[in-house]
Design a protein around this ligand. Structure first.
Ligand SMILES: Cc1cc2nc3c(=O)[nH]c(=O)nc-3n(C[C@H](O)[C@H](O)[C@H](O)COP(=O)(O)OP(=O)(O)OC[C@H]3O[C@@H](n4cnc5c(N)ncnc54)[C@H](O)[C@@H]3O)c2cc1C
Length: 109
């Protein structure tokens, strides 16, 4: 009977060994030598996957934000729609949109 060590793919997805190798390879690019100091690892399998941005998405979002700001002077967006998802950006863009609305209202008198 094959074991996880025999194959990189097991029933239900990638083997834990393969996941660990892939993750450590990525982390080592950011923090060289990280995998040499790893004490332990644990793989959690969630029923639903997380959304991954495709290459170029961040630059596209930045361009969209810039265009909206330049072309639509009376529309103010808040939220994570044109940013990487996260509560911090949602909060900050909400405050920024509110400030811009107040500025626009006070300019008009
Ligand atoms: C499973 C999960 C885990 C997450 N974990 C984290 C985390 O640990 N840390 C973190 O920072 N971020 C996390 N996030 C991301 C974070 O939740 C979002 O980035 C943030 O909530 C986005 O805020 P928002 O106000 O832009 O949008 P939302 O919170 O999605 O709010 C949009 C609102 O608009 C309403 N709406 C939509 N369409 C209409 C319409 N046509 N008319 C009226 N109302 C409408 C929706 O019902 C909703 O209430 C997580 C997200 C998910 C899904």
């Amino acid at each position: 009977m094959p074991t996880a060590a025999d194959s990189d793919v097991i029933e239900g997805g990638m083997s834990e060994e393969k996941i660990e190798r892939n993750v450590l390879r990525e982390v080592d690019k950011l923090f060289p030598g990280f995998s040499d100091t790893l004490l332990f690892s644990r793989v959690y399998r969630w029923e639903h996957g997380a959304v991954q941005l495709p290459p170029g998405a961040l630059a596209g979002q930045a361009a969209a934000r810039e265009t909206i700001e330049k072309e639509f002077r009376d529309i103010f967006f808040a939220g994570d729609g044109f940013n990487v998802a996260g509560l911090e950006v949602s909060h900050n863009t909400g405050i920024r949109a509110a400030e811009k609305i107040l500025e626009a209202v006070s300019r008009r008198g």
